[in-house]
Ligand binder design. Structure first.
Ligand code: KG4
Ligand code: ZN
Length: 350
């Protein structure tokens, strides 16, 4: 069983061929970072056009490298949401076209589910397990009960954590993407220099909020003298990153208790995924929270934490193995596609 996976929900054009054992036969990830960099964030129109320009070639290259013909595929899986609609359409229409021409099943993959399931490709991880998804577009804590069965414990009520890194980096004069730039700068800074808030910390539940932290950074920057030094920037980066670490640790620790309550357990697996999981400082902070908790920390290698198509193909394999049927050709793309439709309803408890 070989699945062709296609990912175009944000600013990576990605293609992968994965077999049922989780062997990656070939893959391509084309980052558009350079195209969006002048704007300090992803521009949806530019992203969609870039996917159109490169996707067909990347598919041909991936198939050629693996030495696979379309006729040998088991199915074609594409991210159908959540994400930027223009980009999603490019990937999904391409996948449907291949599936239609070759009479193959088409699978519409939820990008969040793909992030959540990918670690099962790398090592045995049994359901249920806890997932902390931290990326540019998402920030949530969910229990993965099974394929297609998730319970959301908490989500962000404003910005995603990666988005906060990117916006803060812009505020303090560091480049885009902000996460790696802040992580680098923070290693040379004093984390105690600026007193920044830790929104929602100490409150019950596992929701996140980051807009107050970003605003506090803006005020702190405005209060600095005109002749700002490089050390000021380093100190701001370190103070900010430490505040984010405190928030993530507090909310994750609450979610671990909620996981245990739900499952009658005293531990389990915590999977951390999304681009922000590449941050070594945050990983170390989370590892410290897990010490003696009965939870095992699982963080996929950075290339599989950031957006890629291996996770999309793998989510396709999980669905095929679980007996899920193919999706209809009129399945739409979805800008919003919550993993837990019940928790996502207005007024529902997170
Ligand atoms: O998962 P991803 O590639 O794309 C989505 O947003 O879905 O994540 C990108 C995000 C960006 O906001 C980037 O600043 C952040 O992940 N990021 C990091 C680091 N590397 C990437 N944030 C903090 N520290 C890092 N080392
Ligand atoms: Zn993602």
């Amino acid at each position: 069983m070989v699945v062709l996976g296609i990912e175009t929900s944000c600013d990576e054009t990605a293609v992968a061929l994965v077999d049922k054992h989780g062997t990656v036969l070939a893959e391509r990830v084309l980052s558009q970072v350079a195209e969006h960099e002048p704007f300090g964030g992803v521009v949806p129109e530019i992203a969609a056009r870039s996917h159109v320009a490169h996707l067909d070639r990347l598919i041909s290259e991936t198939m050629a490298e693996a030495g696979i013909d379309f006729g040998e595929l088991d199915c074609v899986a594409a991210t159908a949401g959540p994400g930027l609609v223009g980009g999603l359409l490019v990937g999904v229409m391409t996948a449907k076209a291949i599936a239609a021409v070759r009479a193959l099943p088409f699978l519409a993959i939820n990008h969040l589910e793909a992030h959540a399931l990918l670690p099962r490709m790398l090592e045995p991880i049994a359901f249920p397990y806890l997932v902390l998804l931290i990326s540019g577009g998402h920030c949530q804590l969910v229990i993965a009960n099974d394929v297609d069965d998730y319970a959301r414990l908490g989500t962000t009520i404003d910005d995603a954590v990666g988005e906060t890194f990117d916006k803060t980096a812009r505020l303090i004069g560091l480049g885009y993407p902000g996460g790696p730039a802040i992580e680098r700068a923070a290693t040379r800074g004093d984390p105690h220099r600026f007193a920044l808030p830790r929104p929602l910390t100490g409150r019950v539940g596992a929701d996140f909020s980051f807009s107050g932290l970003k605003t506090a950074v803006r005020h702190a920057v405005a209060a600095l003298p005109q002749s700002r030094t490089e050390q000021d920037t380093f100190d701001m980066a370190a103070s900010f990153q430490t505040a984010v670490g405190d928030v993530l640790c507090n909310r994750t620790s609450n979610a671990m208790a909620m996981f245990n309550d739900c499952n009658g357990t005293s531990g389990g697996d915590l999977v951390v995924s999304g681009g922000v999981a590449a941050n070594r400082y945050l990983r170390e902070r989370l590892a410290a929270v897990l010490a003696d908790s009965g939870f095992r920390l699982i963080v996929p290698p950075p290339a599989l934490c950031t957006d890629n198509a291996v996770m999309v193909a793998w989510a396709g394999i999980e669905r095929r193995r679980g007996g899920w049927s193919a999706d209809a050709f009129d399945t739409p793309v979805r800008a919003r596609w919550p993993l837990d439709p019940v928790a996502a309803q207005p007024g529902a408890k997170a």
